[in-house]
Design a protein around this ligand. Structure first.
Ligand SMILES: NC(=O)C1=CN([C@@H]2O[C@H](COP(=O)(O)OP(=O)(O)OC[C@H]3O[C@@H](n4cnc5c(N)ncnc54)[C@H](OP(=O)(O)O)[C@@H]3O)[C@@H](O)[C@H]2O)C=CC1
Ligand SMILES: O=C(O)C1=N[C@H](C(=O)O)C[C@H](O)C1
Length: 265
């Protein structure tokens, strides 16, 4: 079976890398681009053009669905666009594969209900890199023994959302295995706003944004007289592509909501 993949965000850094990977995959076709502008334009070899050659751009997912019959919508957009895109995709019978970060817990729950009512897969992958998924799994495994955890995530300075989807997912996976408890000094005094990072599931997440970075994370697990550091680095967006192709392939054989690539590897 050839899987027809539409991409929302195909002009972007991640979307254009994914478009190239899908175009090269023998069992997939890049079937259409969903955008909020450039309706009726085309994407050809990564370039946006007006001439009818390559993959057509649509601003309406209903029109895209009608004309291109995609099996999957790969979403690599932004925190504002991803939820409405996924809702509309499920309603139209198109399986969302979501890489975009920034969905709220309520939005995730809503998509889970929609996907399960429709019996249509919806895959949410906060990080497509296999190495990053292993880093999250190892961190959760280690937190069973070393329950005091802080996370430092570091990204390029064009990133819109903080904390990263990966850091939030890591905290979620750790909170599933550790006994909730207060970390740090109970009378801690914060003298500069944000100095202690964001509190997610009782763990601090510190977000660094700098040019030169791409996507990096350290999970620090402290114990009496010791520190375990688990670190992952993505130096190139190609690191995400095996996971993108895996999620697209898995999406057509699943019929439910999948939260995290770790469920699939
Ligand atoms: N799961 C994973 O492994 C990874 C996830 N990501 C996530 O992917 C997302 C995109 O990241 P990145 O590629 O760096 O960001 P970019 O800003 O480079 O790309 C996003 C693209 O989406 C476009 N866009 C915005 N709104 C819409 C919309 N409503 N419909 C269609 N397209 C839209 C933007 O257009 P314009 O610029 O004109 O606004 C832009 O071209 C982020 O949420 C990021 O966190 C990134 C890397 C890996
Ligand atoms: O914006 C990015 O670049 C990335 N976003 C994802 C996230 O928020 O975790 C995945 C990866 O870290 C790259």
């Amino acid at each position: 079976m050839t899987i027809r993949v539409a991409i929302a965000g195909a002009r972007g850094r991640m979307g254009s890398t994914a478009a190239a990977a899908i175009t090269e995959a023998p069992d997939m076709v890049f079937a259409g681009a969903l955008d909020y502008k450039y309706d009726g334009w085309y994407i050809n070899g990564g370039t946006l053009i007006e001439q009818p050659s390559g993959v057509r751009v649509y601003t309406s997912i209903a029109e895209l669905a009608e004309a291109e019959k995609p099996d999957v919508l790969l979403d690599l957009t932004d925190p504002e666009a991803v939820f409405p895109n996924a809702q509309k995709a499920i309603a139209l019978g198109i399986r969302p594969v979501i890489g975009t970060s920034g969905l709220t817990l309520e939005e995730i729950d809503h998509l889970k209900i929609m996907s399960e009512q429709k019996g249509l897969s919806c895959i949410l992958a906060p990080n497509f890199s296999i190495g990053a998924v292993l880093m999250m799994k190892f961190a959760a495994q280690a937190a069973h023994y070393l329950g005091d955890v802080e996370i430092i995530e570091m990204h390029h300075d064009r990133k819109l959302d903080a904390p990263s989807g990966t850091a939030v997912k890591t905290a979620d996976m750790i909170s599933d295995v550790r006994t909730p408890h207060l970390q740090g000094h109970p009378d801690e005094q914060v003298n500069a706003y944000g100095a202690r990072g964001a509190d997610v599931q009782g763990m601090k997440i510190h977000s660094v944004r700098l040019p030169g970075l791409l996507a990096h994370q350290q999970v620090l697990l402290g114990g009496e007289g010791e520190l375990l550091t688990i670190r992952h680095d993505s130096f190139d967006r190609k690191s995400f592509m095996p996971g993108v192709l895996l999620a697209v392939r898995e999406s057509v054989s699943h019929h439910q909501f999948v939260n995290g690539l770790e469920q699939l590897i």
